[in-house]
Design a protein. Structure first.
Length: 93
């Protein structure tokens, strides 16, 4: 039987559970204004993660178009914030 520290056990648990996506989404939501700026954060309704996809919801048409156009920049900014390559695709709704 292996002995894990609490930190290691939590890391293994999060790696193997679906809670990981929800925790990452919460981290991104909390820092969304810092990551993307105040204007984008103000007009973005929801940010979710499913697997390696970041789903961004907005009701503002011009912002939706800009986010679609800037997908690669969004991926880069979010991954830099997270400290590793987790997001590989952005879906804008």
């Amino acid at each position: 039987m292996s002995t894990y520290s609490l930190s290691e056990a939590l890391h293994v648990f999060l790696k193997e559970s679906r809670i990981k996506d929800e925790m990452l989404a919460l981290q991104i939501q909390d820092a969304w204004e810092t990551i993307m700026g105040m204007t984008i954060a103000r007009y973005t309704d929801q940010v979710r993660i499913h697997g390696n996809k970041l789903h961004i919801h907005t009701k503002v048409g011009p912002l939706r178009n800009e986010l679609i156009y800037q997908r690669e920049a969004v991926i880069q900014k979010v991954n830099v914030f997270l400290g590793s390559v987790i997001i590989t695709e952005v879906v804008v709704h």
